[in-house]
Write a protein that binds this ligand. Structure first.
Ligand SMILES: Cc1cc2nc3c(=O)[nH]c(=O)nc-3n(C[C@H](O)[C@H](O)[C@H](O)COP(=O)(O)OP(=O)(O)OC[C@H]3O[C@@H](n4cnc5c(N)ncnc54)[C@H](O)[C@@H]3O)c2cc1C
Length: 449
């Protein structure tokens, strides 16, 4: 927007592609949150005299035509747009750019959702990174002075304040408006509250689901209501980026964006390491349903899945535990879990979700090696030792003493709470054997246990 305003008077536009988004499993919560953010954006732009037009174009393939028509109607000579990186989005943007060029309309692609554009960081041999730590080192080394400075708010247009009328074409269920108010101002407030309270202890606290130690900025970052530059700029006033665990997580986010561009087969539902596409998965609809409902009999897994189903957000530790449980203990194809997460998450984001699932299923770029399988009971004892989080989400276990909380079957079970859907030692061995058949046991992976 700033770049466009430097050139001329501007008209803003947001394209809603409901049919395409639904085909990508984007869920109601994310769409409702997006709506709130677009409404808030419309108000802020209107104060600058910038009208916001909503284009409802159900499928990406029809976007170039609709955009050209709008550009003509509004007598615009140049299109500025923000890049999105999954394959279908990339192809849509390429088609838009080609069409603009054909119509002699200028266009500029911006990379506002990342610090370093995909393709701009390469290994010594010129390839793309597929391992996180060297990517992070390169990412840090490529930071140039001023790169994280926020752009100025665009100047107001001569026409004076514009009318706010957002014709939002989607009618969706919304049960998380309170937890996730929309807009950049809300995001900025959350960012600064988080940094004030937790910048110093994020590294120690971020793994404990019972502690409110993470930023809960993911939904804002995923829809572009907040940028990683804004986060990192605010962070640099408190601690050096190279030493910050919070910055490292933002770099993970960026890593997965670079991965989807460099290795587009992951956008076609394929494993990053293609040999894992021949893993023989179990067809177990009842177990999949138990996992989705938070009824597996493993308290930490169930607590996480119930948090997701009820609130649309899940703590990162639990995303790893529940994803590994589905893909290893139940040996259900990780793509089933990836899809379910997208449908439920308010922060559903293709690159981060696919990266997280492929990490957990050991099929990904820098994944957990297949033989390192979280034991859900020990994960509970380690990351929710007092059971604060687990008892909140699995109230059936409220009276179970800490000692048995994560293995209630050892105390003879609990009335009203299911027995484990699968036995840990058996499941672990079965997964290792199934993966060993196709995998390369030597993969070093990145340890997050
Ligand atoms: C199986 C699985 C699925 C996931 N699906 C998504 C998803 O759909 N959308 C999403 O935004 N994140 C996803 N993540 C990453 C991570 O769990 C969430 O970003 C994080 O829990 C959001 O909470 P927060 O904002 O409090 O994070 P914080 O801990 O405060 O981190 C700050 C920001 O860094 C980014 N981030 C943090 N951890 C990761 C990570 N491991 N990978 C990529 N980016 C990260 C997020 O943008 C986050 O908001 C997934 C992880 C796994 C293991």
């Amino acid at each position: 927007m700033s770049a466009a305003r430097e050139q001329a008077e501007v008209v803003a536009c947001f394209v809603v592609s409901e049919a395409q988004w639904r085909s990508h499993d984007v869920g109601d919560r994310r769409l409702a949150f997006l709506n709130r953010c677009v409404q808030a954006l419309a108000v802020e732009l209107a104060q600058l005299g910038i009208p916001l037009r909503i284009l409802h174009v159900p499928w990406f393939r029809d976007v170039p035509e609709a955009l050209i028509a709008l550009l003509r109607r509004e007598q615009c000579a140049h299109l500025h747009f923000n890049a999105e990186y999954p394959l279908n989005e990339l192809n849509r943007d390429r088609a838009v750019a080609r069409r603009c060029s054909r119509e002699a309309i200028g266009w500029t692609r911006h990379h506002g959702s990342v610090v370093h554009a995909p393709g701009s960081l390469t290994t010594g041999s010129g390839g793309a990174y597929s391992v996180f730590t060297p990517f992070r080192n390169r990412w840090l080394a490529a930071l140039a002075p001023g790169m994280l400075d926020p752009l100025p708010v665009p100047g107001a247009q001569a026409s004076g304040p514009a009318a706010v009328s957002v014709d939002w074409p989607l009618n969706v269920e919304d049960d998380c408006a309170e937890d996730w108010p929309g807009g950049e101002r809300q995001a900025q407030r959350r960012l600064h509250d988080f940094l004030d309270a937790h910048a110093g202890d994020y590294g120690e606290q971020r793994d404990y689901p019972g502690v409110s130690g993470t930023s809960r900025l993911s939904a804002y970052l995923s829809v572009g209501a907040l940028s990683p530059r804004q986060c990192l700029h605010a962070l640099t006033r408190r601690e050096p980026i190279e030493e910050s665990s919070f910055a490292t997580e933002l770099i993970w986010r960026e890593f997965y964006r670079h991965v989807v561009v460099a290795f587009p087969h992951v956008c076609r539902g394929e494993a990053f390491h293609r040999q894992y596409d021949s893993v023989r998965w179990e067809h177990a609809p009842d177990q999949l349903a138990a996992w989705q409902a938070g009824e597996t009999g493993y308290p930490l897994v169930d607590a996480g899945m119930r948090q997701l189903r009820t609130t649309g957000w899940m703590h990162n530790r639990l995303r790893m535990v529940t994803a590994m449980f589905l893909s290893k203990h139940l040996l259900i194809d990780w793509r089933e879990g990836e899809r379910y997460f997208m449908q439920q998450l308010v922060d559903g984001d293709f690159a981060a979700n696919n990266g997280g699932w492929q990490w957990s299923a050991s099929t990904g770029t820098d994944a957990a090696p297949y033989f390192r399988i979280f034991n859900p009971a020990s994960q509970g004892q380690r990351f929710d030792a007092k059971g604060v989080f687990t008892r909140q989400w699995v109230p059936e276990l409220a009276a179970v003493p800490d000692k048995w909380l994560f293995e209630p079957w050892k105390a003879g079970g609990v009335t009203g709470y299911p027995s484990p859907v699968v036995e840990h030692a058996f499941a672990r061995q079965r997964a290792i054997e199934r993966f060993r058949g196709v995998g390369d046991a030597g993969t070093a992976g990145n340890k997050r246990a």
